[in-house]
Structure formats: C-alpha cells, structure tokens
Design a protein around this ligand. Structure first.
Ligand SMILES: NC(=O)c1ccc[n+]([C@@H]2O[C@H](COP(=O)([O-])OP(=O)(O)OC[C@H]3O[C@@H](n4cnc5c(N)ncnc54)[C@H](O)[C@@H]3O)[C@@H](O)[C@H]2O)c1
Length: 532
C-alpha cells in the first residue's frame, strides 16, 4: 500500500527553492493560476539538499526522491530540521523526543513561562520534570537524541531570528503559547498577558519565517475551542466551508465553499487562538507561507514510547484549576479520593485525543507539508465526549482496575458556556489524507495515568497540590471556590441530552439535528470543560 504522502512532489518539499526562480510570493495570485502558468511556460527550481540536480522541474515525488525515506508515518525527510517553539511544555517535550527518535534534527526554544505560571498558582507538575538541561542530557543518554535548545522568549524576535538563521528549520511547530482558558480569565492583567504573548508572539514568528525560512511549513496549534459549539447543530467543519456549502437568505443563494467558518471562542485565551488563525491565514495569502492550523481537541494522557522509557524523560502533568485538562484532572481526583468535579450538568461536549495519538498526527502533518501559499486546517480529535460521561469512564476504570471507590460531584460552573448543546464535528483529513488511525482508547490511557499516579513519590506530589484543584476562577471575575450542587455515585444517572457525532468521512452522520434554534436549550451560564 502506498504511504499517504508518496505522491506529494517538490511543490510540498521545504528543500525546493522556488524563491529565486519565480518571484510569486508578493503577487497575490492563486496557487492554481501560478501552477497553470508554470505548466504552460515551464518552471525550473533548485533543491537545497541535492545541488547535483541543478535546475529541474518540481515534479519529483516523495516516493522517488532520495531525500525522503519511508517510515510508519509516511515519507519523512532525512534528518529533517524541525524547530519546536515551546519545547519544554507538555506537548513540545513529548514531540521533541518522538521526532528525535525518528531521526529528525530537533531544535527548540522556551522561556519557561508555563513553569512560572504554574508556580504562580502555587502548584507544580505532579509528574516531576527536571530543568531543561537535565532533560536534554537524559534524552541524549537514554535515546541518543540531541536537542538543540535556546532559552528564548518568542517575543524577542532578534534572538529567535538569529536562532532560526542558525538552524534553518524545514518545519516549525508552534506550541509556544499560554494554553489556559481560566488563566486568561483571572483579571485584566492575565487576559492581556495571554493575548500579548500568544497573538504578538505568533505574528512575530510569521514575519521571521517570511524573512528567514519562507519554504518551511508552519504547524501552528489552534484549538477546537476556537469554533465554540454552534447551538444550531451546524457541523464544525475543518476551518473552511466545504465546496458545496450554500447560504440561503432572502430567497437568494450564495456558495460559502472555501470561506473560513465562523469562530465562537469561549475565553480570552480562545480569542487569542482565533486572532492567530487570521494572522496565519493572511501570512499564507500575502507571502506564500504554508501552514497547517491544527484545531486540536483537549489532550489527555502521559504515555508515548519515548517519555515512558525513563523517569527523567516524562512530560509534565498538571492538575490545578488553571492548567490541568479535564481528563487528567478527573484521573488525579480519582487517585486522590476527591469526588470528580463536573461543572453544572456535565452535558458539554468537546473533542478529545490521547497524547500518543496527537503526537502521531503531528508527525504526519510535519511529513506532509502544504504547498506554498496553502493555509490548511485539520481538526485533530479522535473522539467526542460529554464531560459527565468522561467522569463515568474514569470512575469505571479506577474501580475495575485499581479498586478505587470514586464519587462524582456536580459543582457550580464558573464558566459561561452552553449547558446543553448539539455537537457534530468533522475530522476527515487526518484519517483519509494523512493515514491517521487513533490507537489509544480513553480507557487505556486512563489506566496508564492511574498507574503512574499510584506511584508513592507521585502520589505525594499530588497530595501537595490538592488545594489548587477545585476551581475558583470565575468568568465573571469572582474569586471564590465553587459550591457542590450534588454528590452521586457513578452509573446512577440516565444518559440524556444530545448525542455527539464525529464525521470522519468513513461513515454517514447519523445524529438528528434540531430543526430550529428554539429546539436547543441554551442557558448561557453553565458547565465545565477543557482546562486547556
Ligand atoms: N494540551 C491541550 O490539551 C491542548 C489542546 C489544544 C491546543 N493546545 C495548544 O497546544 C500548544 C501546547 O500546549 P501544551 O499543553 O503543551 O502547553 P504548555 O504550556 O505545556 O507548553 C507551551 C510551552 O510554550 C512555552 N511558551 C509560551 N509562551 C512562550 C514564549 N513567548 N516564548 C517561549 N516559550 C513560550 C511555555 O513555557 C511552555 O513550555 C498550545 O498552543 C496550546 O494552546 C493544547
């Protein structure tokens, strides 16, 4: 069977030097018109990796090219140079080890803003993480991986630019943002800090890439939270409306095909991601940069082969109300004997993906760059779940595999979000175009997390941060601990409300959608969710 990117050509390859041969970056023409022109008039390029080819047509496929070698995730450039912004973080560290073990030359920057913000909360990563120099030393010793690291704040464009010039990355993975909705809702200072760090940081990265590595692909992390949860039940497409989408209004019809879909962010953090989306989109349009904007679901878990290979290689794991994500927090609560805190009714539906699966998606995206000028969006989720059902699943695994007695509690919801809503999300590109199949079930990863947290030294660290687990950051600006509305045993509540639908293109959508907005119950003050 052919690998998913076998047919991609020099057009997709960051080693293809188009710039000196055709000056199209500022011309504002579409990729199609440029391609037509090239096909009729011919275009010759050079390869930065294979100078012996001289000038040639950009038509060599990855399968044919000696610089691309087959891996289990598709063809990958030999010793591909990948720069990770935010390499000390939960995902950045995990990806660095995975890419390193696949033979990539990994570089990374971080300014430790995440470590500092967790300190500010009075918390710590429950799974201990060493200072970055020690982590890098351990990666070298255990896995034979060299990570080229610089302590740089992305906002410092001079330093970041110098590092980019030195490394000349062929792909830039941008994880380097403050990822917490509650943190952005603490007060005005925190909201400004998040938006400044994220939006201005990303804008600077775009300008640097234009100047220094215009052929590199940018894999930019957005979030499914950018879309919100459309109360009409309108499907959440992958960033743009499909070609056959039509707007009917006032007895007239317009095609919406290819337009960005509406965004409805649910916190000032999520607003920063939406602003990034527009900036990345524009940069691709103006300067022919290429980017995947990854609308990532909430991540859960602790496991990849590399992070599990040595305690010093583990990635961070946070459970506080600012930085812990919902499944990770539920697992921690189950391990501690704290009833799992479900915000409101727990009917909120969101997209989720295990750490291990998310890393696989990222490798596939890195190995399959978009064409110059192409802004592409993928919804990176492997399952849709209601918060209340997640709590039930955690309780079930905890009781069956670890003999833990787990209670559930409904607490006041400090957020402003729909209490009960339909949810149909589309995620067709990763499974159909990039060969991704989720491997890790929710139950498997919950079991792994519980196993890790059960270790005495980790349980001790968990106990030390018990006091920062319960939410006290309200979207209203209040600072008071939420009250418990009800405590109940798992399995004692009926499953009701809307059924989520994940459209992967391999099955038909089956959910019956409400006919009108009025059919949807939408109290605007409601319930928990992702803590990303
Ligand atoms: N974890 C999730 O569930 C999730 C879900 C959807 C999207 N995301 C997105 O994925 C990305 C990574 O998330 P994560 O969970 O690994 O977060 P993280 O906080 O663990 O990692 C981000 C890293 O970037 C660094 N950073 C932030 N701003 C920086 C700056 N100005 N200069 C240098 N370094 C900077 C931080 O110190 C941190 O180490 C974020 O953009 C986040 O919004 C995460």
């Amino acid at each position: 069977m052919k690998l998913h990117n076998a047919e991609k050509t020099c057009w997709n390859c960051p080693a293809a030097m188009l710039k000196g041969n055709v000056d199209f970056r500022a011309c504002g023409q579409s990729v199609e018109s440029i391609r037509d022109k090239i096909e009729s008039e011919g275009l010759l390029i050079e390869c930065s990796r294979r100078s012996e080819l001289g000038l040639f047509e950009p038509s060599i496929t990855f399968e044919e090219c000696l610089e691309w070698r087959p891996t289990e995730y598709g063809y990958l450039l030999n010793e591909m140079r990948v720069m990770i912004l935010g390499v000390d973080g939960y995902l950045g560290w995990t990806l660095a080890l995975k890419l390193g073990s696949l033979g990539c030359r990994v570089s990374g920057v971080d300014c430790f803003i995440r470590r500092n913000a967790v300190d500010e909360k009075g918390s710590h990563s429950v799974v201990p993480i060493a200072p970055i120099e020690e982590r890098i030393g351990a990666a070298r010793e255990v896995l034979g991986i060299d990570i080229e690291f610089r302590e740089i704040d992305i906002l410092d464009r001079e330093k970041l630019g110098a590092f980019m010039r030195e490394v000349e990355p062929e792909a830039v993975v941008h994880y380097g943002e403050i990822p917490s909705a509650p943190y952005s809702m603490v007060d005005c200072d925190h909201a400004i800090k998040v938006q400044h760090n994220n939006v201005i940081g990303t804008l600077g990265v775009l300008f640097l890439m234009k100047e220094i590595v215009p052929e590199a692909s940018l894999i930019k992390l957005g979030t499914m939270g950018e879309y919100g949860a459309p109360l009409t039940g309108r499907p959440i497409f992958e960033g743009m409306f499909p070609a056959d989408a039509v707007l009917l209004w006032n007895d007239r019809e317009w095609s919406l095909g290819g337009e960005l879909t509406p965004r409805d962010p649910v916190s000032f953090y999520h607003v920063s991601k939406v602003q990034d989306t527009f900036n990345v989109y524009e940069a691709c349009k103006y300067w022919w940069l290429r980017s995947y904007d990854v609308m990532q679901g909430v991540i859960y878990g602790v496991h990849t082969e590399q992070v599990a290979s040595d305690p010093r290689l583990r990635t961070r794991f946070d459970v506080d109300e600012w930085f812990g994500t919902v499944v990770n927090r539920f697992v921690a609560q189950a391990a501690m004997g704290m009833p799992l805190t479900i915000y409101g009714e727990g009917q909120q539906i969101r997209g989720y993906i295990a750490l291990e699966d998310a890393m696989e998606c990222m490798v596939r995206l890195i190995s399959s760059p978009p064409e110059p000028g192409q802004y592409d969006v993928v919804n990176q989720v492997s399952g849709l779940h209601k918060v209340r059902e997640l709590a039930e699943t955690v309780a079930k695994v905890a009781s069956e595999k670890f003999d833990l007695k787990v209670e559930l509690q409904r607490v006041e919801n400090p957020r402003v979000e729909a209490a009960n809503h339909p949810f149909e999300a589309v995620s067709t590109k990763l499974p159909n175009e990039l060969g991704f199949q989720p491997d890790t079930s929710l139950e498997t990863e919950i079991e792994r997390m519980l196993g890790l947290l059960a270790r005495p030294e980790i349980m001790e660290r968990l106990r030390m941060v018990e006091h920062v687990v319960r939410p006290r950051t309200w979207w209203s600006g209040d600072k008071r601990e939420v009250e418990t509305l009800e405590i109940y045993m798992p399995g004692t509540k009926e499953t009701d409300g809307f059924t989520p639908t994940l459209v992967t293109g391999k099955e038909e959508a089956t959910t019956i959608r409400p006919k009108t907005n009025a059919d949807v119950s939408t109290p605007l003050v409601a319930v928990e969710v992702e803590k990303e």
